[in-house]
Ligand binder design. Structure first.
Ligand code: BES
Ligand code: ZN
Length: 600
């Protein structure tokens, strides 16, 4: 065996991919595709440079809902035989291609179908400009295979180049070196020189313009949105400086953002060189930009050092939340980061409650075999992961922990890791046989046990202490309008709203609404939290705003709790179904698959 073969053979199997990388593995992808908005298809060729490690007769790719037309081998493009295996739920079908021991090039001619769950095709009406259609992809966790035949495992990395043909009036952008401007042909070429896992393959096509922020940073958005985005994210350059100061040089050259239409199902997606971001963070006051710090942080934790399987998802998200809070602390101070930690802890508590105290899904190391990873990837990875790392930091001191994390990123750069590899590294680099330290770090309690370990230190926030005071005085009769809320940011408001009692009178809700304008708030976090209370207490004044929100915004994190609150009563459920029927065409498949299951 070569060392590469050994690496691949020793890596834990990815139960969410049919690929057999120890046999034959893709190293580079050359994509040549056309985007057809009338048919809503992507069609073309994916040519792979492969390494036939076992010198055998096959290579296996993942596909789901793809039409495979032809497969060719070599420069001369000799047709070869292939088989599509049986369809497995959410995994799709393995594509087994017959190759020769010396095969280096495999070309797959294909097109996508209506089942391409990664893709959302938006009509002009669903964009800010209302004039042109729009397309974006969302590949994480296992949806890359719905728009490209690919070895769709985070343990496999490829470089790629692409040629993408789109309607002339539109610009195409990818998770790669980007064009920055439209041209007259509608043909764009892309290059991604650093090897990335398949879930970071990304494409978007629309009426997009680019504006720079700093030398290395900038924003793509629709013309109607670009100026608001440039204002909101003006600090992204400072975030990049802070991130590099913490964990070393940014390894991807440029860092740009793409602001999507509101149907984007996530807050952000860390596509390399080009983070995709929801417009619901355009709050006009730069108050929701920790999301940018988060996606930027993934340039190290996730994109550079990647979870090898979805069972190790906490290595991506836990490190990224930890890193995000460090960036925010650097820019806005400890008290700011403390607020984010407390809000994160509240999210964690809710998830723990929902999943139950003994749920295996509350361990950091997951076991998602037989399940759609999308179901098992919860706040646990994010916040429990973060608090585990904060716990280690506390045990060894910040300076020492920073050195350790730096070394971890250097050591595993452009590789996939997993929980075992990380823990070995932790033991050999940090614990070094110190039993007392090992006890403090408590790997068993954090990584392999459900819930939170005994001795868990709850985060606290001095700024929230003031919010709690204001809340208490309101509860004991002080009029809302007289509360001292002048200096509050989105985070304080969110804390305040989350604290409100489950049961409130019409009069109480109306008083708060009059004093603080929640129902008409332009802040999506405030609105989403407020609607939970207006629904529970049947405060119909907010119904119109609620419906508008649900029909415009497709961000799953907001939709799920709101629809859940509605569905809690028979009458509310009727309302939920009526709104959902109207709103569904606006949602990406990631959101509808969750909501379909919830509202059935
Ligand atoms: N990589 C995630 C989004 C994701 C996770 C997509 C799992 C598919 C499967 C991204 O970095 C993320 O965590 N986004 C969060 C925002 C963040 C600030 C917590 C989101 O979208 O809410
Ligand atoms: Zn993330």
């Amino acid at each position: 065996m070569t060392t590469q073969q050994q690496d691949m053979a020793q890596a834990p199997a990815d139960v969410h991919s049919f690929a057999k990388p120890a046999e034959a593995v893709a190293r580079h992808l050359d994509l040549d595709i056309a985007v057809n908005f009338d048919k809503k298809t992507i069609s073309g060729k994916a040519t792979y440079q492969i390494e036939n490690l076992a010198k055998g007769n096959r290579i296996v790719f993942d596909t789901r809902g793809l039409n495979i037309e032809q497969v060719y081998l070599g420069e001369e493009q000799t047709p070869t035989t292939f088989r599509l295996g049986d369809e497995a739920k959410f995994l799709g079908r393995p594509l087994e291609v017959d190759i020769k021991p010396d095969t280096r090039l495999v070309t797959i001619q294909y097109n996508t179908t209506a089942n391409a769950d990664a893709l959302q095709w938006l009509s002009p009406q669903q964009t800010a400009g209302k004039k042109h259609p729009f397309l974006f992809t969302q590949s994480q966790a296992i949806l890359a295979r719905t728009w490209i035949p690919i070895q769709d495992s985070p343990g496999i990395r490829i470089t790629y180049s692409a040629k993408v043909k789109v309607p002339k009036e539109l610009l195409a952008v990818m998770s790669a070196e980007n064009p920055m401007q439209k041209n007259s042909t509608g043909e764009y070429t892309f290059e991604m020189r650093q090897a990335i896992p398949s879930y970071l393959m990304a494409l978007s096509v629309g009426d997009l313009v680019f504006k720079p922020i700093g030398q290395q940073t900038g924003i793509y958005a629709e013309p109607a949105t670009i100026d608001a985005a440039v204002y909101e994210f003006a600090e992204m350059d400072k975030m990049l400086v802070a991130a590099e100061k913490l964990y070393g040089k940014y390894r991807w050259d440029r860092y740009d953002l793409l602001v999507l239409p509101p149907s984007f199902p996530f807050g952000g997606m860390e596509n390399p060189r080009l983070t995709f971001v929801t417009p619901t963070v355009l709050a006009k006051d730069r108050s929701l930009t920790s999301l940018i710090a988060h996606e930027l942080a993934h340039s190290w934790s996730g994109n550079l050092v990647t979870n090898g399987t979805w069972d190790d998802f906490w290595l991506n998200e836990g490190f990224t939340v930890y890193f995000e809070r460090r960036i925010m602390e650097e820019l806005y101070g400890k008290e700011y980061a403390d607020m984010l930690n407390v809000l994160g802890f509240q999210d964690l508590q809710n998830t723990l409650e929902e999943l139950g105290p003994d749920s295996e899904d509350t361990r950091l190391k997951l076991d998602l075999e037989g399940r759609d990873p999308d179901e098992g990837l919860t706040d646990i990875a994010y916040e429990k992961g973060n608090f585990f790392l904060q716990n280690i930091e506390r045990a060894v001191g910040r300076e020492c922990f920073d050195q350790f994390v730096n070394k971890y990123f250097q050591t595993f750069a452009f590789q996939s890791t997993n929980t075992d590899l990380f823990l070995d590294f932790l033991r050999s680099e940090l614990i070094k046989g110190d039993e007392k330290l090992a006890e403090q770090i408590n790997i068993e309690g954090w990584v392999y046990s459900p819930g939170l370990p005994v001795g868990f230190q709850k985060p606290t926030s001095s700024r929230f202490a003031q919010v709690e005071q204001a809340y208490t005085s309101w509860k004991s009769g002080k009029p809302a309008a007289q509360l001292n809320t002048k200096e509050w940011s989105s985070h304080e408001w969110l804390h305040f709203i989350r604290m409100l009692p489950e049961q409130m009178s019409e009069q109480q809700l109306a008083e708060l609404d009059k004093a603080f304008g929640f129902t008409n708030s332009g802040n999506s976090e405030v609105l989403a939290a407020w609607f939970i209370h207006t629904i529970r207490n049947n405060y119909t004044t907010a119904d119109q705003a609620l419906e508008t929100f649900l029909t415009n915004v497709g961000r799953r994190k907001f939709l799920v709790p709101i629809y859940k609150a509605l569905a809690a009563t028979p009458e509310g459920k009727k309302k939920a179904l009526a709104i959902y029927a109207k709103a569904k065409p606006n949602y990406h498949a990631v959101s509808t698959s969750t909501l379909d299951a919830m509202l059935k």
